[in-house]
Design a protein around this ligand. Structure first.
Ligand SMILES: Nc1ncnc2c1ncn2[C@@H]1O[C@H](COP(=O)(O)OP(=O)(O)O)[C@@H](O)[C@H]1O
Ligand SMILES: O=P(O)(O)OC[C@H](O)CO
Length: 504
């Protein structure tokens, strides 16, 4: 058997390929960014061909850097930015529009209209999601209605829809020459088109968006030995089985070995995504969280999760860098924030395109409140880090209310966790310890685990669980009063951002 498992992590800002050995240790990686196309305020697009090109490059260069070839890979897993919608022509492989990214808000009127009658409740009940611009279905509807010829092509069966996993699987398995059109249950659970109980596309939901079933990929388990086929073996490379496919936040849940109900992880990247494993029971949220599929391994029952999705966390740090210019790199925010002992009364709510969980308010906009002449850049930097943590606190509180689970530790990962001050603030603001694993690339690791489980490379979840090891831990230091007062101020600041714009 080949000694390694590969994993493609196709994220919002970059695509990386990583190779892991049997111990789950990293052997190789290469990563490339792709362009963020911003045609108008609120619109965010990617070029699917650029993403495919980047994917091929990072696979080749990561293998070469480690002196490996594709024949050294027992299997490959794919994990991806979720919800982002791609529609392409099956005959040519050409995209019929740029990918419409999860952050894009152009479909606000579609989402609003659905929520004005009982369709909103039907979507909540069947798909586990509130009608919102975040999810794929409205984006597909927009392409069908706004791009010439796409609806006709979709009805003829020539236009295919997929999230980034589907696009990559189709291209890796041959594209127009017989590529496999498939997705997994976790990605399908983010479209607003899948019924969480049947794990199949739902005709009533498809009808709400006018989406022909023929456009849609087949839905399979997240870990499956055959459904996703093999890489096409172009340019003399080996045909490697693709045996793991799952959305990036679900992959991080697997990489953090959250296999038991009550276990949770929080990933801090562009946004934050906190997932709580609720087992084979489907828990419906009354507090603004999403119900989603965490993973399905082979024929086993699906495992569900409650998710709190936060749109802007690490990207608020980018805003300090790119728009305000008060830091020159993301890592500088820690030094600047550490120049002061608190935020000097400042709160920053980065509701740049509204607020996701648990508020789901597209009429909110960002605000910096509590300013006095005393305040400096350092206070704003610290308030940015606190905003990341307070938004996570909102979600943790909603989760406790929905599930009755009180976290005893929060497992963390993602780019922002490099910021030790931010992680200390997170422990302080939550009042629970925060724990970071040795392998911080939990997303790629989770995709590799899903792929390796399907082929017998790893024997089962117990073996994977034994590989998890803590690298760093932060204990709460704030007093209860400090925590209570700080959070009360945050809630007041959030109130100030609501009902700020009229959204059409
Ligand atoms: N030291 C740091 N302090 C705070 N934020 C950071 C730091 N390093 C990186 N970030 C933020 O982390 C994000 C990138 O994390 P990553 O996990 O790669 O995100 P994604 O997968 O969403 O692209 C960026 O938004 C960046 O601003
Ligand atoms: O690509 P990331 O890491 O920013 O994750 C994006 C999420 O999957 C969006 O739901």
């Amino acid at each position: 058997m080949a000694d390694f498992i590969g994993a493609v992590d196709q994220g919002t800002t970059s695509t990386r390929f990583m190779v892991f050995d049997h111990d789950g240790a990293e052997v190789a990686r290469h990563q490339l960014e792709h362009e963020q196309i911003l045609p108008r305020a609120g619109w965010v697009e990617h070029n699917p061909l650029e993403i495919w090109d980047r994917t091929q490059t990072v696979i080749g260069s990561a293998l070469t850097s480690a002196g490996l070839s594709s024949s050294d890979l027992a299997a490959v897993g794919i994990t991806n930015q979720r919800e982002t919608a791609i529609v392409w022509d099956r005959r040519t492989g050409r995209p019929l529009h740029n990918a419409i990214v999860w952050q894009d808000t152009r479909t606000d009127s579609i989402a609003k209209a659905l929520d004005q009658d009982e369709r909103g409740q039907t979507i909540r009940h069947k798909a586990g999601l509130p009608p919102a611009t975040y999810f794929s279905a409205g984006k597909v509807q927009w392409i069908l209605e706004n791009v010439d010829g796409v609806r006709e092509a979709a009805e003829r069966g020539d236009a295919l829809f997929g999230t980034a996993d589907t696009w990559l699987v189709w291209n890796l398995t041959g594209g127009p020459r017989g590529g496999i059109h498939a997705t997994d249950v976790t990605n399908a659970s983010r479209t607003m088109l899948m019924d969480l109980t049947t794990l199949d596309w739902d005709d009533e939901l498809l009808g709400f968006f006018g989406i022909p079933r023929r456009m849609l990929p087949e839905i399979h388990a997240s870990s499956d030995a055959t459904a996703y086929g093999r890489t096409s073996g172009d340019r003399g490379s080996a045909q490697v089985p693709i045996t793991g496919v799952l959305g990036d936040q679900q992959a991080a849940t697997v990489g953090q070995v959250c296999f038991e109900p009550g276990e949770a992880k929080n990933t801090y990247g562009t946004g934050n995504f906190l997932l709580l494993n609720t087992g084979t029971e489907l828990v419906r949220s009354s507090n603004g969280l999403l119900t989603t599929v965490a993973y399905r391994f082979g024929d086993a029952d699906p495992v569900y999760a409650l998710e709190g999705s936060i749109a802007v966390t690490g990207s608020a740090v980018q805003w300090l860098r790119d728009q305000l210019g008060i830091i020159s790199g993301a890592s500088e925010v820690e030094r600047l924030a550490a120049q002061v002992v608190d935020t000097g009364g400042v709160y920053f709510v980065p509701a740049f395109s509204g607020l996701f969980a648990p508020y789901w308010r597209s009429d909110a906009r960002g605000a910096i409140v509590g300013l006095s002449r005393f305040n400096t850049n350092a206070h704003l930097a610290r308030a940015t880090l606190e905003a990341i943590c307070y938004q996570s606190r909102d979600v943790v509180d909603a989760m406790a209310a929905d599930s009755g689970v009180t976290l005893t530790t929060l497992k963390v990962d993602g780019g922002v966790t490099a910021n030790r001050l931010c992680m200390q603030l997170q422990a302080d603001i939550l009042g629970v310890p925060v724990s970071k694993p040795v392998v911080a690339e939990t997303t790629a690791l989770g995709a590799a685990y899903a792929a390796g489980l399907a082929t017998g490379f790893w024997s089962g979840t117990d073996e994977l669980r034994a590989k998890w090891a803590e690298a760093e831990r932060w204990e709460p230091e704030w007093s209860d009063a400090q925590r209570r007062d700080g959070y009360a101020g945050w809630r007041k600041a959030v109130e100030r951002t609501l009902d700020w714009v009229d959204v059409d």
